[in-house]
Write a protein that binds this ligand. Structure first.
Ligand SMILES: Cc1cc2nc3c(=O)[nH]c(=O)nc-3n(C[C@H](O)[C@H](O)[C@H](O)COP(=O)(O)O)c2cc1C
Length: 263
């Protein structure tokens, strides 16, 4: 295998991006970062080309991705890249955060980093784009990812995008997010519409949801990916009034089964 791509995803955008890049490169393997979260060991990729694909959270990295990046051993890597997906901004600060962690812990940074705009999924704050608008964003992302894969295939070295305003926003928003993230599930409730299917528990990348008497119970290891809210087929999971009546989102090229944890 020439390329290994580690990915984190809540609603499928980042997995769709990882799949698209892997398919375009060929000879690539995909590894969910969530599958490595319970081990404590150093992670040594079994490929010369290494990718990290994840969403942007508050102009930074998801907590689980930051922790994963600290454990990477990249001594044998020839080329290291990242693709971050976002709903509108913050990609440059997230890429710089990742680069900083790798320089600090793995002794080498990213050779290239790319930020791709995809439908925003932060349902606690806004409704995800739907219909034609969603399709337009996804079509543009697809074309961009194809071009990005071409640059990765050439092992192009690229300076990371520089955006001082984004860094400022991150400096304000991100520490607050990180200090509260695992307990944000205290806002989550389940309504009578719950059918006890257990999809919420199986899609949770943090294994944070337990089914108790047929209902989800959150255990305060939340990553705030919003997967449980978006992927509940009954729309039964809410985070207060904010999420009531808001349309749920899943990247259409990723099935629920691909997002479920496998034993
Ligand atoms: C907790 C949280 C924070 C987010 N913060 C940002 C952000 O700072 N900037 C942005 O453009 N999108 C933000 N988003 C949107 C996601 O980055 C975007 O929808 C991403 O493509 C989702 O990827 P996924 O489907 O792989 O989970 C946020 C989403 C969540 C759930």
């Amino acid at each position: 295998m020439k390329t290994i791509i580690y990915y984190f995803t809540g609603t499928g955008n980042s997995l769709a991006a990882a799949k698209k890049v892997a398919e375009s490169l060929g000879d690539s393997g995909l590894v969910p970062i969530a599958s490595l979260a319970k081990t404590a060991d150093t992670i040594t990729p079994a490929a010369g080309r290494v990718g990290i694909v994840c969403p942007v959270y508050f102009s930074g990295l998801p907590a689980m991705v930051a922790a994963f990046s600290e454990r990477l051993d990249l001594a044998a890597a020839d080329y290291v890249f990242s693709v971050v997906t976002h709903g509108g901004g913050g990609g440059s600060a997230a890429l710089r955060q990742l680069d900083g962690i790798l320089i600090d812990k793995a002794g080498r940074g990213l050779d290239a980093g790319f930020a791709v705009s995809m439908p925003g999924n932060y349902i606690l704050m806004y409704a995800s784009p739907a219909g034609e608008k969603r399709d337009r964003i996804l079509a543009a992302a697809d074309a961009e990812l194809e071009a990005i894969a071409g640059r990765i295939r050439q092992e192009e070295k690229a300076n990371l995008p520089h955006a001082p305003l984004t860094r400022l926003i991150k400096a304000v928003m991100y520490p607050r997010f990180r200090s509260r993230v695992h307990g944000e599930d205290r806002r989550f409730t389940v309504t009578e519409a719950c059918t006890s299917c257990g999809i919420c528990a199986r899609v949770c990348p943090a294994e944070n949801i337990e089914m108790v008497d047929g209902r989800p119970v959150w255990n305060h290891r939340c990553e705030l990916c919003c997967g449980c809210i978006h992927l509940c087929p009954a729309g039964a999971i809410q985070a207060g009034k904010a999420t009531e009546g808001r349309q749920r989102y899943r990247n259409p090229s990723v099935g629920v089964a691909e997002l479920e944890r496998r034993p």
